[in-house]
Design a protein around this ligand. Structure first.
Ligand SMILES: Nc1ncnc2c1ncn2[C@@H]1O[C@H](COP(=O)(O)OP(=O)(O)OP(=O)(O)O)[C@@H](O)[C@H]1O
Length: 320
């Protein structure tokens, strides 16, 4: 069971039927070993919900369980009230769930455009309908649509992966550490992009190591510890909660003051973007884009190789 009481579990969540509801999940990779030990989460329409916690807490495992990539042994998962426990990923995509993995998230030998086509391979006619909207959201990709994804930087690949998931017009988008392996400026861009996607009407669950940034952009967040819910609540409240700071935030920020200063810029940029004015981040972006410095990770050189191993048990799943 969770270490939080039932009434605290989804503190700050709107009322009504959640879009996505994970209830008391037990799940794991190896027989007899549960990584998730009673995890719960709700996502309501329009929300941006974060999952944070220490290394190995089970954040990515929870996200994979939500997308049918890790077998759920106990507990239930519903989408708009419909049971989707252990449905296959392709079934979930058809039902409006998108997933962006942390690593190995593009087809490197395919062009940007072909990568986007892969996002709608089950419904190819959708390509023509959606591609312009996705390129509008990521204009940098539109300009380079015939370039192979393998030649892109880490941040650009992240955009391709998000764009591919958005091709299917998901109502729920599951993002696994979109800032992983990126420089600080590119990380901020990834958070802005996430917020922008959410503001465009997509409900988002985001797993993040960068807990402060995550809490800044999220409506609510869940702190996981050892496969269980430890704390939850509105992002801003958790940021100022002494227990959360002591246990998770204090150790994650080497230089809290510098973090805070930079954080103010991100919030400023988010707010400026929402009011249609330019924020500091645009100026930073211009500087970065004009430099020749390559950015960041390569599929062949993942920052956290253990995460490159996807998947779960090969137990039988539902077929639809
Ligand atoms: N494919 C796998 N096979 C077996 N064990 C795995 C697999 N993936 C993850 N694990 C184990 O599950 C546990 C939780 O890992 P998970 O990646 O979910 O944690 P996390 O909270 O996302 O960590 P991090 O912040 O370091 O990314 C770890 O002990 C990890 O070793």
């Amino acid at each position: 069971m969770s270490t939080e009481t039932a009434q605290d579990l989804h503190r700050g969540a709107p009322s009504g039927t959640p879009l996505l509801h994970a209830d008391d999940l037990y799940a794991g990779y190896l027989p007899g070993i549960n990584i998730l030990q009673g995890c719960s989460l709700v996502l309501h329409p329009g929300e941006l919900v974060g999952i944070i916690g220490p290394n190995g807490a089970g954040k990515s495992t929870l996200l994979k369980a939500l997308f049918g990539l890790v077998n759920i042994r106990e507990g239930s998962l519903t989408l708009k009230g419909e049971d989707i426990t252990n449905k296959r990923a392709d079934v979930l995509v058809r039902k409006g769930v998108g997933f962006v993995p942390q690593t190995n998230n593009v087809f490197p030998s395919l062009t940007i455009e072909e990568n986007l086509q892969m996002g709608v391979f089950q419904t190819p006619k959708q390509f023509a309908k959606r591609v312009d909207a996705v390129f509008d959201m990521f204009p940098e990709l539109g300009k380079r649509r015939r370039q192979r994804a393998g030649a892109l930087s880490g941040g650009e690949r992240q955009m391709v992966a998000m764009g591919r998931a958005l091709m299917a017009e998901p109502s729920v988008l599951l993002l696994d550490e979109p800032s992983a392996g990126l420089s600080p400026v590119r990380q901020d861009e990834a958070f802005l992009r996430t917020r922008r996607i959410n503001k465009a009407g997509v409900s988002v669950v985001i797993v993040e190591q960068n807990a402060r940034r995550c809490l800044q952009i999220c409506d609510r967040a869940y702190v996981l510890d050892q496969g269980r819910n430890a704390y939850s609540g509105p992002g801003r409240e958790l940021m100022n909660d002494p227990k959360v700071i002591e246990l998770y935030l204090g150790t994650l920020a080497a230089d809290v003051e510098a973090e805070e200063a930079q954080a103010t810029e991100v919030v400023g940029a988010v707010e400026a973007e929402e009011t249609g004015t330019l924020g500091d981040l645009d100026a930073q972006r211009a500087v970065v884009d004009s430099s020749d410095e390559p950015v960041i990770i390569d599929d062949a050189d993942p920052i956290e190789p253990e995460h490159a191993v996807d998947g779960g048990e090969t137990q039988p799943r539902d077929k639809e």
